[in-house]
Design a protein around this ligand. Sequence first.
Ligand SMILES: Nc1ncnc2c1ncn2[C@@H]1O[C@H](COP(=O)(O)OP(=O)(O)OP(=O)(O)O)[C@@H](O)[C@H]1O
Ligand SMILES: [Mg+2]
Length: 220
Amino acid sequence: MPVVEARNITKTYTIADREIRVLDNVSLSVAAGEFLVVEGSSGSGKTTLLSLLSGLDKPSAGRVLLQEKDITDTSEDDLAPVRNQIIGFVFQSFHLVPSLTALENVMFPAEIKGDPRAHDMAADLLKRVGMQKRSTNYPHQLSGGEMQRVAMCRAVINNPKIIFADEPTGNLDSENGKAVLELLLEFKKERQTTLVLVTHSTEIAKIADRMIVLKDGRIV
Ligand SMILES: Nc1ncnc2c1ncn2[C@@H]1O[C@H](COP(=O)(O)OP(=O)(O)OP(=O)(O)O)[C@@H](O)[C@H]1O
Ligand SMILES: [Mg+2]
């Protein structure tokens, strides 16, 4: 069963009367439990594709299905709780809440759900990526790689069906990159979590089930 599916999606932006086609008629189906790597040069549309597949943004044309349900026209109000429940997203720029500590950022999606274990689960996740000593730091008191690890913990705390991660090891040295990757692989192995990762790492691509390469908004 596909957990997420794009059918002929196109994304265009108009800047100064000029139309830019960022994604051009892309179709893609990600099976439940699959580990998919998305590759492509800067500007090829990787982040855009992830935003559309997760319903964070809408395509200009085409359809997006999440767990076989068409979400293309679903309003943000209706989609937000679904996303919180089944999707974990690691943004390229982290999107941490500046007024919350590392621990509070990780707890946040679980607290929204009313999960009483939010605190303990968040502390455990931070520990697993070597961040226990930074849990009371605010985002501006964290390094790029530390923010990246906090964002990863936040993405997995609700035990999502699918994790979208945009260069989740991009800012990390090999040891911390490995810790983050191990966390992801553990979710895949133990909970059959579907993984969609943007990465330039050939090491990660090697262990993925499948890799797609984007070029000028198309899968090549
Ligand atoms: N809001 C926007 N308005 C106009 N153009 C945009 C917008 N967002 C993205 N683009 C353009 O869309 C193209 C694809 O952007 P995207 O962020 O998907 O690339 P990417 O493959 O993730 O690149 P990178 O590897 O640098 O992160 C780029 O050329 C970018 O300039
Ligand atoms: Mg990007």
